[in-house]
Design a protein around this ligand. Structure first.
Ligand SMILES: Nc1ncnc2c1ncn2[C@@H]1O[C@H](COP(=O)(O)OP(=O)(O)OP(=O)(O)O)[C@@H](O)[C@H]1O
Length: 265
């Protein structure tokens, strides 16, 4: 199976700061990864490289069988679906939800610039239905709740039928119900064999959707551990990542949680 992400010793430096420090990471087509780490660990920087938005200072960054630095990133980027707070900020608040999704097939914002065919409209409608927000298709983006916006963003990211889907902190800012709804939706996507390879960035184990297969733990720009979820999400690894003693729970319905250990067991 072909590697979707194939990083060897990827480093990103800004002056004396090592934002990423020799990160090696491989993601295969059928894998669903969660990237966990504390604030400032380098998660967003790693996602910028994985989204072909940022070149590493050194190392080999392979993406979709291409190598960053040797490929036209404008051809690579449409093959990668990305959601992040920074991207959502650029969405026009007065854009109709359906138009926001359908315009992604051309990688632009503002649907009036292009003509779309019936298949594009059908696909946008299907994705809005899959994400549970079809009833909002005629609303403007600015009138949606935070949870509704996250779902629309994911529909838009999937519109171009990407080979890699990157979700940078999709549960940030959601209330408990919104988070649980999003986790369920992402779990359905994770179990769908037609879904692209997926990378989800989070600070919280509670946000890992059932069906996710792998985890990468990042701290100070370095990989603490990477591999199968059940191998990686140990109390020892997570304590090393977040810098505090933790009790980690994995339930029968494949949900994870972590809390500070209050006394020695
Ligand atoms: N241009 C820059 N120059 C120096 N340091 C930078 C620069 N850009 C980012 N950093 C630092 O790099 C580190 C990693 O940042 P990054 O945003 O990738 O972390 P993160 O894991 O996504 O954090 P968070 O969870 O808070 O969003 C941070 O300490 C940040 O302050």
């Amino acid at each position: 199976m072909a590697a979707v992400i194939d990083f060897h010793d990827v480093s990103v430096r800004r002056g004396q700061a090592h934002l990423l420090d020799r990160v090696s990471w491989t993601v295969e087509e059928d894998e669903r990864w969660v990237v966990l780490g504390p604030n400032g660990a380098g998660k967003t920087t790693l996602m910028q490289v994985a989204a072909a938005q940022l070149h590493p200072t050194s190392g080999h960054a392979g993406l979709l069988e291409e190598t960053l630095g040797r490929v036209d990133v404008f051809e690579l980027r449409p093959r990668i679906g990305v959601t992040s707070a920074a991207i959502a900020e650029r969405f026009p608040r007065d854009e109709r939800v359906h138009d926001l999704v359908v315009s992604a097939s051309y990688g632009i914002l503002g649907r009036w610039r292009e003509q779309y065919d019936a298949l594009d409209h059908e696909r946008a409608t299907g994705l809005l239905r899959e994400l549970g927000v079809l009833h909002l298709a005629d609303r403007t983006f600015g009138t949606l709740s935070e949870g509704e916006r996250k779902r629309v963003q994911i529909a838009r990211a999937l519109m171009s039928d990407p080979e890699l889907l990157i979700l940078d902190e999709p549960a940030a800012g959601l209330d408990l119900g919104g988070r649980e709804d999003l986790v369920s939706t992402l779990s359905v996507l994770a179990h769908d064999p037609d879904s692209p390879a997926t990378v989800l960035v989070s600070h919280h184990l509670e946000e890992i959707p059932p069906g996710f297969t792998h985890a990468l733990l990042l701290r100070d720009g370095k990989v603490v551990e990477a591999g199968l979820l059940t191998d990686v999400l140990t109390e020892v690894n997570l304590a090393a990542t977040f810098g505090l003693p933790l009790v980690v729970t994995h339930t029968d319905d494949d949900r994870w949680s972590a809390r500070r250990r209050t006394r020695a067991r």
